[in-house]
Each structure stands twice: as C-alpha cells, then as structure tokens.
Design a protein. Structure first.
Length: 328
C-alpha cells in the first residue's frame, strides 16, 4: 500500500505531473555560453535579461541564459528535454522516468527534495511546481536565500495551461521558438485525433470509466482533469463526468454507472489489471466486463502536463475506438 499511495499522490498532484514512462529528445553535448547550447539557441530565442512572474506571483529575473537547471517535477523535465535543452538539466527528482537520459542525472529527492544537494549542483534556476508550495515553502525559501532563482510552474489541470507552461519554460531556457513550435505540433496532433474520432456517431459514442487506483481505494477522474479533457478530444463520454476532480468511487457506484469501457492507469504496479476489475463482487454485470473491454494505459502520458499528452490521448482513442486505427 505504501507504493500505491506514493503513485496515487503523484497522479493526484499532476506530477506527472506525475510520477510511469517515448520521444526523440536527447541530452548529448555540453552546456556552455560558447559551446553547443549557444549555437543551438539563436538570438531570437535568447532574450535576456528576462523577467517572468510565476504561479505564486513571484517575479523571477534571469540576467542571462541558464546553463544549469534543476527540475523538481517530472513534467518540467519532460518539457525541457522536448525543447532540446536536456543537456542543461543537472538535477531531477526520484520520480523522473522519461526520457531515459534522466537515469544518468543526479537526483535531489522527491516531494521532499534535498536543499543541500540542489545547492551543491549550483543551478542557475530551479524549476519548481505549484503543488510543492504548501509542503515545501520553507525549502523553496532556502533556495532563494542561497541566491538561486526559483520559478514555480503552475499546477496545470487543462491542456491550455500546459501550453502556457511550455512557453514559459521555453522562454526561461532560451528556447522560445522551439516552445512555440512544440505547442503548434501538439495542437495539430489533437486536431488530427478529433478529426479521426469525429467519425463516431452519437449512438456509438462510448462511456469510459477511468481507474486511477485499484480497490479498495478506487479513484477516478471527473471534470477539470486531463483525463476528462482527453476523453472530450477523442469523442468519448466520461462515465464519472458528474464528479469534480479526482474522487474516490464506491464499487457499487461504478456498477450503477455501467461503463462500456474501463481504462486503468496502474499497470506498472498491479500485475493483472483486468483481473483486479473483473474479480470484484457484482462487476460481472458491468458492460465493460461482459464485453471484455478493460484496458491499461500509461499513467504518465495521460497525467503529466507536457508534450506526451498527445500520445496519451491517442492511446486512449486506440483502446476506446480500435476500429478507427486498425489500418495504422
């Protein structure tokens, strides 16, 4: 249960916000003002001095392009790598799993990060997260007191906010143009999915229930979550759409909802997610169980507010409407 609680916490905080796992990002090359990084970021990208206001209304000023970055949230890390700035990342959390290059980067802890370790890495900026503020304000203040700039990224619960986060990080790391291009590509990918799934008639539109965690504490995603928004994009109904945020659901309530598809996101730590669902009392009469429509998707792709949300949306679409993707 300790492992489950850890994973659930990361999911609910959008670490994954979130903290489990492909892109063409790489971390090759050294970061220096005269080296590959300066050549990679043209003058239109590097606009310094730069002052931005973060999620907690702090003004953060960078006199020059940062060459050493510590990321306190996996989504921040993924965005930085997607912007081809991974060679600048010198510190990540224990929860970082993607891209695989992060396994070679120093870790600074998880939700309770090690201030001394971060200071020893001599970062030019720390990319923090709004979800850390309540529990780690004192530690964040210690970093500021050590003359380290800390930019707190907004706790995004919608895709538009993720776009803004990507643009903010792009400005910070000297990749403004790359960030704009990345957002454009994400929008195009979502539009393509919407066009594909628009073929689904109202009659054939599927009711989907997400399980963020297994029994006995079954959590699902209601309104104002990425999962709900991704379902809208792929033209499916959220069986728990009357709920708000991340909520615990009683098994009897799930039976009453009678979803046509059940999608789990805990396959990284439950060996047989299908058996986890079908073995429950009364679930044999649930439509998704009767028709063997229980699927597991990558938790990180559908919960971390970053570039891979498009991959997560496609993964959902492929299991909900497989007939639309059979030719791929």
């Amino acid at each position: 249960m300790k492992k489950f609680s850890h994973v659930l916490l990361l999911t609910l905080l959008m670490v994954f916000l979130f903290g489990c796992s492909n892109s063409n990002d790489n971390a090759d090359g050294a970061a220096s003002n005269e080296g590959t990084t300066s050549e990679k970021n043209n003058s239109s990208d590097a606009e310094y001095p730069l002052t931005l206001t973060d999620a907690i209304d702090n003004e953060v000023t960078l006199e020059e392009e940062p060459e050493r970055i510590v990321s306190l949230m996996p989504s921040n890390t993924e965005i930085t790598f997607a912007l081809d700035q991974g060679d600048k990342v010198v510190g990540v959390t224990d929860n970082d799993t993607y891209p695989e290059e992060v396994s070679d980067i120093d870790t600074v802890g998880d939700m309770e990060f090690n201030v001394e370790k971060i200071i020893s890495l001599e970062p030019d900026i720390v990319l923090a997260h709004e979800s850390l503020v309540a529990s780690s304000q004192e530690s964040l203040d210690q970093l500021s007191d050590a003359d380290i700039e800390v930019f707190t990224v907004e706790d995004a619960t919608e895709i538009d906010t993720t776009y803004e986060t990507i643009k903010n990080i792009g400005q910070i790391v000297g990749a403004k143009d790359q960030a704009e291009q990345l957002v454009t590509e994400m929008r195009e990918d979502f539009t393509e999915l919407e066009e594909i799934t628009s073929e689904v008639s109202e009659e054939d539109r599927q009711s989907v229930f997400f399980e963020i965690s297994p029994s006995p504490d079954i959590y699902t995603a209601g309104q104002d979550t990425f999962l709900d928004e991704l379902l809208q994009i792929v033209n499916a109904d959220n069986a728990a759409g009357d709920q708000e945020g991340w909520v615990e659901m009683d098994p009897e309530a799930i039976i009453e909802l009678d979803p046509e598809v059940i999608v789990t996101t805990y396959g990284d730590y439950v060996e047989d997610t299908t058996d986890e669902v079908t073995s429950r009392d009364g679930f044999k009469d649930v439509d998704a169980v009767k028709n063997e429509r229980i699927y597991d998707v990558d938790s990180d792709k559908v919960s971390r507010p970053g570039p891979r949300l498009t991959d997560g949306a496609k993964e959902i679409a492929e299991v909900v409407y497989p007939e639309l993707f059979d030719e791929e």
